[in-house]
Write a protein that binds this ligand. Structure first.
Ligand code: UGA
Length: 428
């Protein structure tokens, strides 16, 4: 099968490389020439384990990148994987995706065979019917051979290739049996080698499944954080409590790690977008609003615990971890951002360390100090807070002796307690 993939961001590139690995002929299309050139050299424009291996293997063979939409009509199915950022009010910004949808339609205006255009991007339940399908049709001059469907993705940053190849479920949101069959054809080589549930539904439900999935996971963490804060008030260990709670099959042991909260490019954007979409219908999504509020409050809790031991005004405070989670240099919506802002508001002198994300954070906070190691950050510091659970922080030990005042507030339960160190766990 020949598949075209519009957009070569983290989803588009992963999907294109994985489709090629499944034996499909793939054309990756992006308007950015630098990204296209990088891809055609067999290199990954993003840092994702396993991705470059797949590109090296398949570029020049089953996979090629281009800035031109010419390959769209030659392909059998087109996937649109364009970012859907947030507007100021948290609602979804469809501008770039709508433009790509219209350009895809234009490329298909004269196609004589049926062609399926699949939205891979995360979009609100009304986006396809009200905006994206009309854009494709407009571009295609209402060519009746062109159909639009939805296939949400559930990849995590850092394990995107692995997640693509071993999904729990694959969701086909279509308007016809023909389109469902096309998606079966696309995923058949994957489902032949890996057992996953297939969900067949309409495009709006498929869109909502993706939001419900992310909103559920973000809410699960916020609930665990709410319960964790209560545990802390009673002097209890939230991890001991949640380990037992997770033994209930209905709850599962995953996503029960309480701490300084969730960040990244997806949970914050998606939870806010579905809240905004719900409000537009006149519904007040009270629980999802609380999900965001609890997440926003966790950095305050972290600093309140610090203030129990150190006055941050004029104190030198080490911030360990800047990425939104370990194994990535992505700082988007990292809990480190509000943590640093709030430390600065309290008059602290911040020294930050992250094994890979410091350069990205430097753009956001050019005026704080960046240390080359955790040990350097801790040396002479009056206190430390831990925001990302990088494995290397678990090995920190006598480095704490070099602090002016050895106090650490751990937001991720990664630091080992030791004699001489004043240790506070955020929820334990
Ligand atoms: C998330 C979802 O997990 C994916 O299924 C989804 O496809 C993706 O968003 C997306 O919509 O594209 P991702 O943002 O890569 O993936 O990150 P996660 O590994 O889910 O972690 C999100 C945040 O939750 C991190 O800040 C992490 O530290 C935090 N977290 C996670 C906790 O605080 N506690 C936990 O128990 C688990």
């Amino acid at each position: 099968m020949h598949i075209s993939v519009i957009g070569s961001g983290y989803v588009g590139t992963t999907v294109a490389a994985c489709f090629a690995d499944l034996g499909h002929e793939v054309t990756a299309i992006d308007i950015d020439e630098d990204i296209v050139n990088t891809l055609n050299e067999g290199k990954a424009p993003i840092d994702e384990p396993g991705l470059e291996d797949l590109l090296e293997q398949h570029v020049g063979n089953r996979l090629e990148a281009t800035t031109s939409y010419d390959a769209v009509p030659e392909s059998d199915v087109t996937f649109l994987a364009i970012g859907t950022p947030s507007n100021e009010d948290g609602s979804i910004d469809l501008t770039a995706l709508e433009a790509a949808a219209e350009a895809t339609g234009e490329a298909l205006a004269d196609k004589a065979e049926r062609h399926l255009v699949v939205i891979k991007s995360t979009v609100t339940p009304t986006s396809i019917e009200q905006t994206l399908e009309p854009a494709v049709k407009r571009g295609a001059n209402d060519n009746p051979n062109v159909e639009v469907g939805m296939n949400p993705e559930f990849l995590r940053e850092g394990t995107a290739v692995e997640d693509f190849m071993h999904p729990d479920k694959v969701v086909y949101g279509t308007n016809s049996e023909w389109a469902t069959d096309k998606l079966h054809e696309v995923f058949a080589p994957l489902l032949d080698q890996h057992d996953a549930d297939i969900v067949e539904t309409d495009p709006a439900t498929a869109s909502m499944i993706k939001y419900a999935n992310n909103a559920f996971l973000a809410s699960k963490i916020s609930l665990v954080n709410d319960l964790g804060n209560i545990c802390k008030e009673f002097g209890l260990d939230a991890y001991e409590v949640m380990d037992a709670v997770g033994l209930d099959d209905r709850i599962s042991e995953q996503f029960l790690r309480s701490g300084v909260g969730w960040g990244g490019s997806c949970f914050p954007k998606d939870v806010n977008a579905i809240i905004a979409a719900a409000r537009e219908t006149g519904y007040d999504p009270a629980l999802l609003e609380a999900t965001v509020e609890i997440n926003d409050r966790q950095p305050d809790r972290l600093l309140e615990l610090l203030e129990d031991h150190v006055d941050p005004a004029d104190a030198r405070i080490a911030v360990l971890g800047l990425a939104f989670k370990p194994q990535t240099d992505d700082i988007r919506n990292s809990r480190a951002i509000p943590t640093i802002e709030k430390l600065q508001q309290r008059g602290a002198e911040v020294v930050a360390y992250d094994p890979v994300a410091a350069d990205n954070m430097r753009e956001r906070f050019p005026n704080i100090e960046y240390a080359d190691s955790a040990a350097d950050a801790l040396e002479g510091a009056d206190g430390a807070v831990v925001v990302t659970d990088w494995d290397e922080f678990a090995a920190l030990d006598e480095e704490f002796d070099a602090m002016a005042d050895p106090v650490v507030v751990d937001g991720r339960r990664i630091i080992q307690r030791r004699d001489g160190l004043t240790y506070e766990g955020l929820t334990w």
